[in-house]
Design a protein around this ligand. Structure first.
Ligand code: DND
Ligand code: ATP
Ligand code: MG
Length: 278
């Protein structure tokens, strides 16, 4: 039977986890490789625009800063001003951390910014799904949370379709292992520049790129549920990002944490696969 470390290594391999950075230079090399990947992928696609929702959290801040750098370099290298990055603000009604979201936009300084309030589309969907009116309040609130994440996906693809662009996603290994995203919501995108990173590596990129500490260290939240506004991810899934990062980097974690992560990984396997057929 496989021991704990072997199980951790098998999962890390499946998620293509980036090994820990031993030096700052290793971190910079990895960051540059990923920015180059953004440039190469856009050039190969024949399109010239990237689109990404900016929430106020560190994942979209980091991906946004990387993307704007990729676009700046492409514009200069190709001598083509059509290369652009469009940031999208996607509040649901009034967003509690709107200030941080707008500060993220300032830090990224995107070429363009669209603001789309998702409340009308979420409310339209909720009122049309009659079954939703009949379930317990907590269940209803949770399902509506996933509708919000999917409406954000719809909005970003509407912007991408309009500008002939590609949608960036912010999934990384610490979220992927927990299946902590909405299937076909924030889990749906064209290009994932953070894939394989653990949370502290995402923060390290943001810090290196010059983001202020209060945004780099902001408490991660999906902020999808009205009944639990700003619920920290770590409370929602009951494991800290430091523990998830340690697990993915083959370090020892308590047996409780180990079990929780491995169980959650297996339960959420369907989210990381293409739809199955007969
Ligand atoms: N075995 C199976 N094989 C194939 N498909 C299966 C399945 N089990 C469920 N499903 C399908 O998957 C659906 C459940 O998946 P899903 O709709 O994603 O819903 P679910 O995983 O239940 O909820 C999403 C979780 O991710 C969190 N989240 C969402 C969005 C953003 C963030 C963030 O960090 O920003 C976090 C959210 O707070 C919540 O805890 C089911 O309704 C069903 O359609
Ligand atoms: N209010 C929002 N406005 C715009 N985009 C959003 C909003 N909420 C979520 N998103 C999009 O969904 C993605 C997933 O959300 P998630 O909470 O995992 O990342 P984050 O907010 O960037 O960082 P953190 O996980 O640290 O909170 C975001 O990176 C962003 O692209
Ligand atoms: Mg967030």
């Amino acid at each position: 039977m496989a021991n704990s470390l072997e199980i951790q290594q098998t999962i890390a391999q499946a998620l293509n986890v980036c090994p820990p950075f031993k030096t700052e230079q290793e971190m910079i090399t990895e960051l540059k490789r990923r920015i180059q990947f953004l440039k190469d992928t856009l050039k190969q696609s024949g399109l010239k625009v990237y689109v990404l929702g900016i929430s106020g959290g560190v994942d979209s801040l980091t991906a946004g800063m990387m993307t704007q750098r990729a676009i700046n370099e492409l514009r200069e290298e190709m001598g083509d001003s059509a290369y652009r990055f469009i940031a999208v603000r996607l509040p649901y009604k009034q967003q509690a951390d709107e200030a941080e979201a707008m500060q993220s936009i300032e830090v990224i300084a995107p070429d363009g910014c669209e603001i789309i309030n998702i409340a009308p589309s979420v409310e339209g969907m909720v009122s049309s799904v009659h079954a939703l009116q009949t379930v317990a309040e907590a269940k209803r609130d949770f399902v509506i949370g996933n509708i919000k994440a999917r409406e954000r996906m719809v909005a970003q693809y509407a912007v991408a379709g309009t500008y002939d662009g590609l949608v960036i996603g912010t999934d990384h290994a610490a979220e992927a292992v927990m299946g902590f995203y909405t299937k076909f919501g924030d889990g749906a995108f064209d290009i994932g520049p953070l894939i394989g990173l653990v949370k502290n590596q995402v923060r390290a990129f943001a810090h290196y790129l010059g983001a202020p500490d209060y945004l780099v260290n902001k408490v991660p939240t999906a902020d999808l549920e009205d009944l639990k506004p700003g619920l920290p991810d770590e409370v929602a899934h009951g494991v800290s990002y430091d523990d998830i990062d340690a697990f993915l980097h083959g370090k020892s974690v308590s047996s409780d944490i180990f079990k929780k992560i491995v169980d959650t990984y297996h339960k959420s396997m369907h989210k990381r696969k293409l739809p199955i057929g007969p």
